[in-house]
Design a protein around this ligand. Structure first.
Ligand SMILES: Cc1ncc(COP(=O)(O)O)c(C=O)c1O
Length: 453
């Protein structure tokens, strides 16, 4: 079924008008913002929301938020995973209140850091941990340490991966050759100098790339989530671990999004054995925090290569990293919010979301499919599951995506602005999921009717 583009443009115009009509206060704030904020937004990605401007938020709680025009939304974006705990979980807020009255940041440790280190050990199985403010920083420091301890210059990433604003990772394969990813702003060097890039699930390509002997670490999400969900083929993780071990390459697993798979991420669900594990976004309930864990063997090599006198200028760390407030929030979040019980609820709602959307797709015969990882679910604009980043990228359809997002937004549901992803908050209900399913079914019928004209 090919979607008629002029019909789609007309539907989009209708949705754009409806959005503007329903959001006069956001429109006013956006006009004002344009005089002081570049592009009228505090961070450039916020321009990516469909519609003439983003809705400005008034307040949020659990799995929903209210915009300044008074509309209530079911939030399946959850700050693109930063608020996977639901907005402002009560225990985390209480811990933040308590800590904030007694000092926020010291350049000194607090006892919470030990509790969190012990809990991360228990969850992910790696013994030694360090803290950052973001997952980006955790990845950057993990890469630096990998280069330091292996003495090798490069890293390897997967085509169409995303690991934060890490210079080395903005590389894609085009016509068989590595090059800067579209949109890569001011790269310090050609990323091919720092990075090898292969397709996910291609064991031979990985083997050949590692055979050069110059790759310090493979940096991988255990399931790709940032170009749509792309699952590993059976046996791929075993091959990845085997090839990295045999070539003396470290394996950094980035669980920042795949923490949706379970309390110990995909690593614990599938018994992976990374040398380094990175996570950020939701672990402090939405307060800035990231962390990376090391095996004992890597920890020893790291310790041996850091000189006390120069440890503050080695390119890892950060004045506010490991601050008392983030750690108090992380402790409360790990202890009481991102719990096994919470996953039982969110995973079952994600299953409900997936079943409902798939049924609507089947009913109208759209050539799309739905996929899921734990409490994260998503529909892709193609009939079959992609095997790698290039296949997933080929399914992308920017106009269609803007339409599906705005259609949902106008009916009270926020999806993640990048692809068609829904993340389920612990406070979400079956009614929230069904609200999306109903609007999705209506949208699917409108698209079918377009194609039939
Ligand atoms: C897998 C993964 N790693 C790291 C990051 C970076 O997170 P942050 O932007 O919070 O630094 C992201 C962000 O989307 C991500 O998806």
């Amino acid at each position: 079924m090919a979607i008629d583009r002029s019909g789609l443009a007309a539907l989009m115009e209708r949705e754009e008008r409806a959005f503007v009509d329903a959001h006069p206060r956001s429109a006013e704030l956006f006009e004002r913002a344009r005089a002081s904020l570049l592009g009228g937004v505090p961070m450039n990605w916020m321009s990516k929301w469909p519609g003439a401007f983003p809705p400005f938020v008034a307040d949020a709680s659990g799995g929903s938020f209210r915009c300044v025009d008074g509309h209530e939304y079911v939030d399946f974006c959850l700050g693109d995973t930063g608020a996977m705990t639901g907005h402002s979980p009560a225990v985390t807020v209480a811990a933040i209140h308590d800590r904030i009255e007694r000092g926020i940041t010291f350049m000194l440790p607090t006892e919470d850091a030990i509790w969190v280190g012990e809990e991360l050990q228990r969850r992910f199985g790696l013994p030694f941990w360090q803290f950052t403010l973001t997952a980006t920083d955790a990845n950057r420091f993990a890469i630096r340490l990998a280069r330091q301890v292996t003495g090798r210059p490069k890293i390897l990433v997967y085509n169409y991966c995303y690991h934060g604003t890490v210079d080395e990772t903005f590389i894609t394969i085009r016509d068989g050759r590595p090059g800067a990813r579209d949109g890569n702003l001011g790269p310090p060097v050609d990323p091919a100098v720092t990075t090898r890039v292969v397709e996910w699930n291609d064991v031979d390509a990985l083997d050949a790339a590692l055979a050069h002997g110059d790759v310090a670490a493979v940096l991988a999400e255990p399931v790709m989530t940032n170009i749509g969900i792309v699952q590993p083929a059976p046996g791929y993780h075993d091959a990845l671990r085997d090839l990295t071990r045999r070539s003396g390459t470290l394996l950094i697993i980035d669980e920042t999004h795949t923490i949706c798979a379970g309390p110990g991420g995909y690593t614990r669900e599938e018994h992976l054995e990374p040398d380094v594990l990175v996570i950020g976004k939701p672990i402090a309930g939405g307060l800035p925090a990231g962390t990376y864990g090391l095996t004992e063997a890597i920890a020893e090599r790291v310790t041996a290569s850091i000189e006390l006198e120069h440890c503050d200028v080695g390119g890892i760390g950060g004045t506010l990293a490991g601050n008392a407030l983030s750690l108090a929030a992380m402790r409360a979040t790990l202890e009481s919010v991102l719990t096994s019980d919470a996953y039982v609820h969110t995973v079952s709602l994600a299953q409900r979301w997936t079943a409902g959307v798939q049924a609507a797709i089947d009913e109208v015969g759209l050539p799309w499919h739905v996929t899921r990882l734990g409490c994260r679910a998503e529909y892709l604009f193609g009939p079959d599951r992609p095997h790698n980043g290039a296949e997933a990228a080929a399914m992308d359809d920017f106009d269609l995506q803007r339409f599906t997002h705005l259609y949902a937004l106008n009916r009270g549901v926020l999806l993640t602005p990048f692809h068609n992803m829904a993340l389920i908050a612990p406070q979400a209900t079956a009614a929230d999921v069904d609200r999306h399913t109903d609007l999705f079914a209506g949208m699917a019928r409108e698209l079918r009717d377009l194609s039939a004209r």
